[in-house]
Design a protein around this ligand. Structure first.
Ligand SMILES: Cc1cc2nc3c(=O)[nH]c(=O)nc-3n(C[C@H](O)[C@H](O)[C@H](O)COP(=O)(O)OP(=O)(O)OC[C@H]3O[C@@H](n4cnc5c(N)ncnc54)[C@H](O)[C@@H]3O)c2cc1C
Length: 432
């Protein structure tokens, strides 16, 4: 970020570095393909990136292609918003068996991320998904829908071929606690019911609330709506359908069972509410015959080179966005926002609040004269640096070309777009 009142009129010019050839982060590589309304948020982001004061420099990986010293020498300030793209580990026996997967890896595959394998094993008929948040719902829904149902979306050919051969008929989603503690949001939970191929099943004995759960329902409209939707699923008579999503509550996964190195089941301990909204084990165990287990227990950010990192929280330590040093001071000219700032929870809308807070700190530091001036503040300096290092960076114009190319691929099939997966193909389409 450079101060630049003279040329932009709005006081700053911004270069946006992105390791992928295309922009939009998890909107492109996290949000499920059958959520086109959410993916439509890119239209709002277009308005930001269309501004002449903002430049996109894609296919540039901070830490590999550019260093903190280089950024500090060229900009008044640097904001890291590198998000989270890995699975939080789950330490239970059997987690390393063949057929045990992280949700983030599966999401990357079905969203056509260039850096993951092109095929995904989908030969399990009975599947377990661990976790009761929206990512668990995404994974369960994509597994329970048919490939043809998802063909209307932007999924690339390799993902369609994989999903078409998917054998899953029963997807079991497991939560340790009860319906009032589930982290789903109402819209996503209701949406399960919209697929003609999916029947949602909840056992009536899984509906239970203690005093703290009732209080949580009274205090939060969302908690109450989620509990009501789950209750409605439990009360109705399940109809006939091709595939089923079973939502299980009060089942704590204790072990993934296996034979010959492969998943053969999931063992859970039945839990019960303890009055505080928490649960305790009952000592009763259930074995679920499943051939694959997906853990959707949260995302985790990765260490950013040259910055401090809190391994447990998966964040860069900061105060309102200012990166903090071990002795309680602040890193010069260095800020964070988004999931790397506050951890991998919250919807896209929540990142706006983060960004406002971080930018307010940056602005205050700038006005207080705390930001050391860059040694070269010319607009061309970064381009000269990348060109001299022969980095094949992409630009906002390049995104428009890739965007048009992907839309063109979808047109003959009546689809909005078909995603390009290979990095080299993305780069080529961005240049042509
Ligand atoms: C599976 C899934 C589904 C979701 N679905 C929804 C939904 O339906 N609706 C909703 O509102 N929210 C959804 N979210 C949440 C939403 O995606 C996040 O709130 C939001 O994307 C966080 O924004 P961010 O900028 O912190 O991170 P990101 O969106 O992840 O952006 C970080 C960017 O930094 C780039 N980057 C990382 N490291 C480097 C580096 N070293 N150099 C250069 N670039 C780098 C990444 O490539 C990425 O583009 C979903 C999240 C997940 C995981």
């Amino acid at each position: 970020m450079k101060s630049d009142t003279a040329t932009t009129g709005c006081g700053v010019s911004i270069d946006l570095f992105e390791r992928m050839p295309a922009p939009f982060g998890l909107i492109r590589y996290g949000v499920a393909p059958d959520h086109p309304r959410i993916k439509g948020i890119v239209n709002a982001l277009h308005k930001v990136l269309d501004k002449p004061s903002v430049r996109l420099l894609g296919n540039i990986d901070y830490g590999t292609d550019i260093t903190l010293e280089q950024l500090h020498s060229l900009y008044d300030a640097v904001i890291f918003s590198t998000g989270a793209n890995a699975d939080r580990p789950l330490d239970i026996p059997g987690i390393d068996l063949d057929g045990s997967y992280g949700a983030a890896d599966f999401v990357s595959w079905y969203d056509g991320h260039p850096d993951v394998p092109r095929t995904w094993p989908l030969d399990a008929k009975h599947v377990a998904v661990l976790g009761v948040g929206n990512v668990a719902l995404d994974v369960a829904r994509v597994l329970a829908k048919t490939g043809d149902e998802l063909l209307a979306t932007d999924i690339p050919a390799n993902v369609y071929a994989g999903l078409k051969a998917n054998k899953a008929t029963d997807v079991h989603v497991f939560g340790r606690r009860g319906p009032a503690q589930a982290k789903f949001t109402p819209l996503e939970l209701k949406e399960l019911n919209h697929s003609p191929t999916i029947e949602v099943i909840v056992a009536p004995e899984d509906i239970d609330y203690d005093e703290a759960s009732e209080l949580a329902r009274r205090n939060s409209k969302i908690v109450d709506q989620v509990a009501n939707i789950i209750q409605d699923y439990a009360l109705r008579d399940p109809g006939e359908s091709l595939n089923r999503i079973h939502l299980h509550f009060f089942e704590s996964p204790v072990e993934i069972l296996g034979a010959d190195g492969k998943v053969t089941g999931l063992r859970t301990e039945r839990t019960e509410l303890d009055g505080t909204g928490n649960v305790r084990g009952t000592g009763k165990f259930n074995n679920w015959p499943v051939e694959a287990v997906y853990r959707a227990v949260g995302y985790l950010s990765q260490n950013i080179k040259q910055l401090p990192f809190d391994e447990q929280a998966g964040t860069v330590p900061n105060e309102a966005g200012r990166v903090t040093t071990e002795d309680g001071g602040h890193f010069d000219k260095t800020y964070v926002t988004g999931w790397i700032k506050r951890g991998p929870v919250g919807l896209i809308g929540s990142t706006k609040g983060d960004a406002n807070e971080t930018v307010a700190c940056l602005e205050a530091d700038f006005l207080a004269g705390k930001l050391a001036a860059p040694t070269d503040s010319s607009e061309d300096a970064i381009i000269t640096l990348l060109d001299s290092a022969q980095k094949a960076y992409t630009t906002w114009d390049g995104w428009h070309k890739l965007d048009a190319y992907e839309r063109g691929l979808g047109e003959p099939e009546g689809r909005d777009r078909v995603k390009v997966v290979e990095r080299e193909d993305m780069l080529r389409a961005s240049r042509e």
